[in-house]
Design a protein around this ligand. Structure first.
Ligand code: S3P
Length: 411
């Protein structure tokens, strides 16, 4: 069973730590990032314990404590941005720090709406260290200027506690795990006239939940299965939330044959078993517009297998990739070239011609988990050996990645 979805685990960690009662979360992500969220919630008074594959979180019943020191978000942008919204409405001062990569990631995007609601936020040249001075907030009508589920979540978590109503309009629909999670924990949340609407002053209660497998982790094996004509991959309990499952359409367009064997639903999140085989050809694809936003975490691995496609891969409107855990456009281009591929870099994407043969090379992960894993997949079909420098970064989202890869490669 794939480890639990990173995005859902973050939200469950934060809301369980905020709710009243003890939540029991099974198949919680094993990645370091969601554990940063758990650690921050513990620092603010939640009690966390592990029993086998289940994490129990006893929440703070809506009153977060003043942490003794800084809130350490590690490598996790999700922790820093979403938690800022949760603490913005609390009486207290919260200083957020992160590792070298997180310290240069943009935080202005959450400062603006949270300050409009009444919080005060100090950034260091637009980045962490970030100090949130929380207090009573008022609801706002927010027009999201960039497609970001993290920003949407920060506003929703603040709106949950604000005076009055908060509404959010998104130009591009981003992943909706926060909406499902808030409802699961008992909040009322509506969609009206294309806006997401949340009333302030709501209380949350604990839940029992199983976190579905992570589609963005599955992506590496789904793309690997496209590289081998006789591949047969079955993944069970895989998260299939429609706002996360765009990759399945891409795999199909590229020549994969996907059968959905069963589907279940829990707390609004769908999960199921899928079987993937590859057809005769591996076709190229163009990713642009809303598709780029919906596939943002999967683009590195799609790009890494692009040279093996027939028609090549064209990526546009993906400028956000430059401000992820690394500049993912620059690193994908650099590493494809290190394997001998031809690639043209654009400010918001790249063009990777198809029909290329890659050779093994030395890969620089930039300590970015998705780059390390993406190029491990590219290496499977390359001629010769590939060395991934900083391969251990995979543990940010998928510590079991290399064990899985070993097992799947043998079969
Ligand atoms: C995430 C949203 C995306 C994604 C990230 C996780 C989330 O980021 O890239 O890995 O869990 O909400 P943005 O909100 O910055 O687009």
């Amino acid at each position: 069973m794939l480890p639990g979805d990173k995005s859902i685990s973050h939200r469950y960690a934060m809301l369980a730590g905020f709710a009243e009662g003890t939540s029991r979360l099974t198949n919680f992500s094993t990645g370091a990032d969601p554990h940063s969220s758990l650690g921050c919630m513990e620092a603010m008074g939640a009690k966390v314990s592990l029993e086998g594959k289940t994490i129990s979180v006893t929440g703070t019943a809506g009153v977060l404590g003043q942490p003794a020191g800084d809130l350490d978000c590690g490598n996790s942008g999700s922790t820093m941005r979403m938690l800022a919204g949760l603490v913005a409405a609390q009486e207290g001062v919260y200083r957020f720090v992160g590792d070298e990569s997180l310290t240069v990631r943009p935080m202005e995007r959450i400062r603006k709406p949270l300050e409009l609601m009444g919080a005060r936020i100090e950034l260091t040249e637009g980045h962490a260290p970030m100090t949130v001075r929380g207090g009573a907030l008022k609801g706002i009508d927010f027009e999201a200027p960039i497609a970001s589920a993290q920003v949407k979540t920060a506003v929703l978590f603040a709106g949950l506690q604000a005076r009055g109503t908060t509404s959010i309009a998104e130009a591009v629909r981003t992943r909706d795990h926060s909406e499902h999670a808030l409802r699961a924990f008992g909040a009322r949340l509506e969609r009206a006239d294309g806006r997401l609407v949340i009333e302030g002053g709501q209380k949350l209660r604990a839940i029992e939940a199983t976190v579905p497998g992570d589609m963005s982790s599955a992506a590496f094996f789904l793309c690997a299965s496209l590289l081998f004509e006789d591949s047969n991959l079955v993944l069970d309990a895989l998260g299939m939330n429609p706002t996360r499952a765009t990759l399945l359409d891409v795999i199909t367009s590229m020549g994969g044959v996907i059968k959905v064997l069963d589907v279940q639903e829990m707390h609004g999140e769908m999960s199921g078993t899928i079987q993937v085989n590859r057809g005769r050809t591996l076709r190229g694809i163009e990713i642009a517009g809303a598709l780029a936003a919906q596939l943002i975490d999967e683009i590195p691995v799609i790009a890494a297998i692009a040279p093996y496609t027939e028609g090549g891969v064209k990526i546009r409107d993906a400028k956000e990739l430059r401000v992820k855990e690394s500049d993912r456009i620059a690193l994908v281009v650099k590493n494809l070239r290190a394997m001998g591929a031809e690639v043209v870099e654009h400010e918001d994407g790249m063009d990777i011609p198809g029909g290329q043969t890659l050779r093994g090379g030395v890969i620089d992960s930039g300590m970015d988990h998705r780059i390390a894993m993406a190029f491990s997949i590219a290496a499977l079909r390359a001629e010769g050996e590939t060395e991934i420098r900083g391969a251990e970064a995979a543990s940010i989202s998928f510590p079991e990645f290399y064990t899985w890869l070993d097992e799947l490669a043998i079969r």
